[in-house]
Design a protein around this ligand. Structure first.
Ligand SMILES: Cc1cc2nc3c(=O)[nH]c(=O)nc-3n(C[C@H](O)[C@H](O)[C@H](O)COP(=O)(O)OP(=O)(O)OC[C@H]3O[C@@H](n4cnc5c(N)ncnc54)[C@H](O)[C@@H]3O)c2cc1C
Length: 393
């Protein structure tokens, strides 16, 4: 019985970061327990469910069972209603995260990780200044389980980091307030992402239509915390839906925060690592956190296994994980943050003028790179940030 055992690693949270961490750690031969507070892995879904084929393939072979739509085009809609279509070089997907997350958990279990749902973690155990396990409640009964290491993958509302003394505060302006409704009984292009860029629809963020087949879509928006206190994200979305899809049926609603922030300065301490949203690993420019969360989970899981084998779970040893994260994606992550900062300050007039310029590129020659080049021409201060991302310097 898991409550009586001692584990090498306990992972808190069964989202993409947690299940991926558990999978790679178990695969490397250590014993792993994953605790999830909800009754089912993958539910409730708080996500637009968009992910790139290239990003997913780092970890898994995309499975048709999870894929609701294959995306090959992107449409930008400017504040004055002009539409710009761009062919994507790499295809993307709209997933069914209930099936996707469940399968990620399955992969971890197949590698030998033990997964327990309805296990709510409400604190950490310490041995001196070192984290040495977790405590919580399972089916109304309190429990304490010891481990050599803990990975906190408890999402945007993470408390594991705080319990360990890490500073996990997100500045109000970097916490995007997101709301999304899945609308059914409408007609959408099932192979296209639509993004509305306007202060009128989503100040400091954007509004998306992500198709789930030809007759349904995840329609949502994220508004910077700087603006959401004046008018709620819900009101922005309801206005849009009323104007655009007045007869659609709302089959689900989800709200949540997206930390569009730099990765935490410190996401490691003695005996503990954070991964995914809990460490602010979301791409701050797009708000996409599935693939970055899986990347953080994989690196944390692999580092956990190495640390256990070396018998060293000190902060110094675990810092290898932070170094790997910054090497693989972290530095670009900081640059995406700078681009987000510049783009979120563009006025509707500037966005209109960028779209006017992009429209002059013949459709068959439009690429994301060319759209950026036009944007830079209109807003030269973007140049420094964009150059750094593409040059990887
Ligand atoms: C409206 C919205 C739309 C989004 N759209 C996209 C998108 O299209 N594409 C994309 O890539 N990203 C999107 N994101 C972001 C994406 O959903 C997250 O970045 C991603 O789910 C992060 O994975 P994670 O494993 O870090 O956290 P989560 O998926 O949040 O998983 C954390 C898990 O920890 C569990 N947990 C929390 N506390 C405890 C506890 N005390 N004890 C036990 N378990 C606990 C939770 O129940 C949860 O299952 C969106 C987010 C929102 C809010």
């Amino acid at each position: 019985m898991w409550r009586q055992r001692k584990f090498d690693l306990i992972v808190v949270g069964g989202g993409p970061a947690g299940t991926t961490a558990a999978r790679y750690a178990a695969k490397a031969g250590i014993n792993v327990l994953l605790l999830e507070k909800d009754r089912d892995i993958g539910v409730p879904v708080r996500c637009g469910e968009a992910a790139s084929d290239e990003g997913l393939r780092i970890f898994v072979e995309p499975d048709p069972r999870w894929i609701k739509s294959v995306i090959t085009k992107l449409r930008l809609i400017s504040p004055n209603g002009r539409t710009i279509d761009v062919d994507l070089k790499q295809k993307g997907y709209i997933l069914d995260r209930r099936i996707f997350d469940y399968d990620l958990a399955q992969y971890a279990a197949v590698e030998g990780a033990q997964i327990v749902c309805k296990a709510y973690v409400d604190g950490l155990l310490f041995d001196g200044d070192k984290v040495s396990g977790v405590k919580g409640e399972y089916l109304g009964e309190p429990f304490e389980v010891k481990s050599k290491l803990v990975i906190g993958a408890d999402g945007v509302e993470s408390r594991v980091g705080r319990w360990a003394g890490l500073n996990t505060v997100v500045k109000m302006k970097d916490m995007e307030s997101a709301i999304q409704k899945t609308i059914s009984g409408i007609e959408v292009n099932e192979h296209r992402f639509d993004f509305y860029m306007s202060r009128e629809w989503a100040p400091g963020g954007y509004l998306w239509i992500f198709p789930k087949g030809p007759n349904a879509a995840n329609i949502g928006l994220a508004v910077s915390g700087k603006y959401s206190r004046f008018r709620s994200a819900q009101r922005y979305l309801d206005d849009f839906l009323q104007k655009t899809f007045p007869d659609g049926s709302v089959v689900s609603t989800t709200v949540g925060g997206v930390p569009c922030d730099k990765t935490l300065k410190k996401f490691i301490t003695h005996g503990l690592m954070l991964a995914g949203d809990s460490a602010h690993m979301v791409n701050p420019m797009t708000g996409g956190g599935i693939v970055p969360g899986m990347r953080g989970g994989m690196l944390a899981g692999e580092t956990a296994a190495e640390a256990i084998k070396e018998g060293d779970t000190s902060e110094k040893y675990l810092n290898r994980y932070a170094k790997k994260w910054h090497k693989v994606g972290g530095r670009n992550h900081e640059r995406f943050y700078s681009i987000k900062e510049t783009v979120s300050k563009l006025t509707d007039e500037e966005l209109n003028s960028i779209c006017d310029a992009v429209e002059k590129i013949p459709p068959e020659e439009r690429t994301i790179g060319k759209v950026f080049r036009k944007a830079i021409f209109k807003k030269p201060s973007l140049l420094v940030d964009v150059m750094k991302v593409f040059a990887g310097v």
